[in-house]
Design a binder for this molecule. Structure first.
Ligand SMILES: [Zn+2]
Ligand SMILES: [Zn+2]
Length: 212
């Protein structure tokens, strides 16, 4: 399994291409604005076909290029049901008026807390981590010790909770319940900024110190 990262769009959002070299398939985890061409090119360079788009949540900065990717790859789109409403009508939920308009997209299947989804034979556990949004989820791959955390947890920070659907206490509880119990060496791939580890955040994240 290989992970490729793009940081794209006006608020520097991370998108990830996870490639399974054995099956020559790949999954996109979040599709920032102006990332689609890069995803398609990177998949091609790695001799892989994009089969699915897994969304950590539905803020426009993570979903802007979903519609283009569906058109060009026919990939399935996976999201938690409580976050689909922004994907269906992105322009109604931008908070700030945007100079561009976003294309709506539909999910092809849903994930809930405890769902297991696969990239070929590689299993990812889904954990519901509301607080940044209602239907935010994390995707965990236990053998490779990686967790895609979206905007739930950042290096020495946490996701903002002042947007509609956000709740600070709920977010802290989600992180404490679903992420901090993971082993120290699990690598976190966040929706913004640098990768980190569960151990580093348990030790250093100022938002989580109260709990330990
Ligand atoms: Zn977000
Ligand atoms: Zn974001």
């Amino acid at each position: 399994m290989k992970i490729f990262t793009i940081e794209a769009g006006p608020v520097a959002t991370n998108g990830y291409l996870v490639v399974d070299e054995k099956s020559h398939t790949a999954v996109v985890i979040d599709a920032p604005m102006q990332s689609a061409d890069w995803f398609i090119k990177t998949a091609k360079q790695n001799d892989a076909q994009i089969v699915a788009i897994w969304l950590t949540h539905s803020h426009w900065d993570h979903t802007a290029d979903v519609a283009q990717l569906i058109r060009e790859t026919n990939a399935n789109v996976v999201i938690h049901p409580e976050d689909e409403y922004r994907l269906l009508d992105p322009n109604a939920h931008t908070v700030f008026k945007m100079p561009v308009s976003f294309e709506p997209a539909k999910a092809t299947s849903y994930v809930m807390h405890g769902s297991v989804i696969h990239l070929s034979n590689i299993a990812f556990e889904v954990r519901h981590t509301p607080g940044h949004t209602e239907g935010g989820v994390c995707f965990i791959q236990h053998e490779h010790k990686v967790v895609f955390v979206g905007d739930t947890l950042f290096k020495e920070s946490i996701g903002r909770t002042d947007l509609p659907g956000g709740n600070h206490e709920t977010l802290l509880k989600s992180i404490r319940r679903e992420l901090l119990p993971l082993p120290d060496d699990y690598v976190c791939y966040p929706g913004h900024m640098d990768i980190t580890t569960i151990g580093e955040e348990r030790e250093n994240n100022p938002f989580l110190l109260d709990y330990y």
